[in-house]
Design a protein around this ligand. Structure first.
Ligand SMILES: C[S@@+](CC[C@H](N)C(=O)[O-])C[C@H]1O[C@@H](n2cnc3c(N)ncnc32)[C@H](O)[C@@H]1O
Length: 261
């Protein structure tokens, strides 16, 4: 059993996990071959201001969503990630597709992005943090910090789009979280975890940290960080995804919010 004196999972560990070769190969393949999910395309069409809107993408990884935004006509895109190895892959992809000139790619941590000199005098029309990247920040305080930072670089009335898992999305999921709650009540949870809702596991694709919230948690976090919730829906309610997308990613909830005045 792990000793309880072991440090908790940190963003430093998450960053190292995303720089791991297994993760880099996985996200690079998806950026080259998978493109935008049907649900992402539908949500962008419904909620993202159209080009020439200025878009900031947080947690761009190897560039899957950035490239997808470029493909649907966005030409004023800033994209950042804190994993250098993924950024190098994104850079190569944008060059290969002749999109590099329209994309400002930079290294930053979402918890501090508002202080980055590259964007300090820019206000974006929309910010996106897709495929659950926000939930890969350990600690609710840190996720709220990232939401505040993203708010600080978005124009009043501007849009935020992101996804999370949902602890309540199926009876099986609810049952598994009831078992996990019993572990926490008995103090028998994995000591690496920071909060109830966290998961940290290893498979063929490397190690993954993920916080799985319920709906009330995200509504409270948006309200506490200067965002007004406008819409949310489970992916299955938005679009039927092909097998390749379902292999790459589990069910998730899409969120849309507006920056407060
Ligand atoms: C699940 S991956 C998604 C990558 C890409 N957006 C996609 O959909 O293929 C989540 C991304 O968020 C990034 N990320 C996690 N925490 C971050 C943070 N604090 N600051 C910046 N990027 C972060 C990770 O490095 C990773 O690239």
């Amino acid at each position: 059993m792990r000793s309880s004196s072991k440090p908790k999972i940190s963003s430093r560990q998450v960053r190292a996990d995303f720089n791991d070769l297994r993760a880099v190969v996985h996200y690079t393949k998806a950026a080259h071959r998978l493109g935008l999910w049907h649900s992402e395309q539908a949500v962008f069409a419904m909620h993202l201001p159209p080009p020439p809107a200025r878009i900031l993408e947080a947690g761009c990884g190897a560039g899957r969503v950035t490239m997808g935004l470029w493909d649907i006509g966005y030409r004023r895109i800033h994209a950042f990630d804190f994993a250098e190895e993924l950024l190098a892959q994104a850079d190569a992809l944008f060059l290969e597709r002749n999109a590099r000139k329209d994309i400002t790619l930079f290294h930053a941590d979402a918890r501090r992005v508002g202080t980055c000199h590259l964007i300090s005098d820019t206000l974006f029309d929309a910010v996106v943090f897709m495929f659950n990247g926000l939930m890969q920040i350990p600690g609710r305080r840190n996720r709220r910090r990232a939401l505040r930072q993203l708010r600080s670089v978005t124009r009043p009335g501007g849009t935020l789009i992101f996804t999370t898992h949902d602890r309540d999305h199926s009876p099986q999921e609810r049952a598994s979280w009831r078992r996990e709650a019993a572990k926490w009540a008995a103090g028998k949870q994995d000591p690496l975890l920071v909060e109830f809702g966290d998961r940290y596991f290893e498979d063929d694709l490397g190690r993954t940290f993920m916080h799985l919230p319920d709906r009330a948690e995200i509504l409270a976090d948006l309200e506490a960080t200067g965002w007004t919730h406008t819409w949310d829906a489970l992916r299955r309610e938005i679009a039927k995804e092909p097998h390749a997308v379902r292999e790459f990613s589990d069910e998730c909830r899409f969120w849309v919010a507006r920056a407060g005045k």
